[in-house]
Design a protein around this ligand. Structure first.
Ligand code: ATP
Ligand code: MG
Length: 279
């Protein structure tokens, strides 16, 4: 079964599913997913990345490669799931998204069962599945987020990023019953600025919603990161001692320590059942 795997210390673990999302576009989701996947793999974890962004399925590009197929080929019956999985680095695999992910909740019963069967049949097990979503409150974004165990929302100092993050939290809470969110402040100038963004979001959320937001930390605005993206490289690989690479390392460590916390939702099997409408 895919939902049990063995961590670096040999313990049996569920595959933890984490979505990285935002209300506003261009805040750093794809960058964060890619670098977190890399940092987690460096710690010895096995990571599966799901590219869930319709317009900009570009995780592969962040790793300087190009996937040939996508989950769309699986849904149309042309490929098996195992055949579209694209290796990015040792211990990092990608399920390329494209438009396929957006049809997930509209699959026929036959497609659902076939996909779920293939998910259980994957002989490689993963410690984490990281999901890169499109921005906004589109039904598909809500779907992917509510299927994940942990929802990480990125915000930046751009004022509209906070209002859009609030809108996403509100709709996930009211339409999907989500109550727990993790916040990361990206492209900030200081620790204080990151914390300030988090507190502002908490203030509004506390006033109008019954949700809990925990702060995972910040990623500084970093020229190294911008340059790495431009040359289709990962900052964590090419500039491992840069401020942003260190931040991604710290976030990855936090994620692995959170593993000990009992999760209310199920893991990878739950994700796929939920996304395909079986659950
Ligand atoms: N901490 C940072 N410092 C400097 N530049 C950053 C930082 N984080 C992200 N960027 C830059 O911001 C741009 C957008 O990043 P990215 O593509 O990861 O965002 P996204 O949220 O996935 O966007 P979309 O919503 O379009 O999918 C990229 O050029 C990236 O290099
Ligand atoms: Mg993106």
């Amino acid at each position: 079964m895919i939902n049990t795997s063995h961590s670096k210390n040999g313990a049996s673990l569920m595959t933890k599913t984490i979505s990285i999302t935002s209300g506003k576009g261009g805040v750093g989701k794809t960058t964060t997913v890619s670098n977190l996947a890399y940092q987690l793999s460096q710690e010895g974890s096995r990571v599966l990345v799901l590219d869930g962004d319709l317009g900009m399925a570009n995780i592969d590009i962040m790793f300087g490669s190009r996937a040939q197929h996508s989950i769309h080929d699986v849904l149309s019956g042309k490929k098996m799931l195992q055949e579209v999985i694209h290796p990015l680095r040792p211990n990092i695999d990608l399920i390329p998204g494209g438009s396929g992910v957006y049809g997930l909740h509209q699959m026929s019963i036959q497609q659902r069962y076939s996909l779920l069967q293939q998910v259980s049949d994957l002989d490689t097990a993963y410690d984490y599945m990281l999901i890169d979503t499109a921005p906004g409150i589109d039904e598909n974004v809500l779907h992917l987020n509510s299927a994940a165990q942990q929802i990480v929302i990125l915000v930046t100092p751009d004022p509209s990023s906070l209002t859009d993050a609030y809108a996403l939290i509100k709709v996930l809470n009211q339409k999907r019953g989500e109550t727990k969110f993790s916040i990361v402040s990206n492209q900030v100038g200081s620790e204080t600025e990151g914390l300030r963004l988090y507190k502002r979001l908490c203030d509004v959320a506390d006033q109008f919603l019954c949700v809990s937001l925990d702060y995972m930390g910040d990623i500084r605005a970093d020229l190294n990161l911008r340059q790495a993206t431009r040359s289709q490289q990962l900052v964590s690989e090419v500039a491992p001692s840069s401020a942003s690479a260190e931040a991604f390392r710290g976030l990855a460590e936090k994620i692995s320590h959170l593993d000990e916390i009992q999760e209310a939702k199920g893991a990878i099997q739950f994700f796929w059942e939920h996304v395909s409408g079986v659950a």
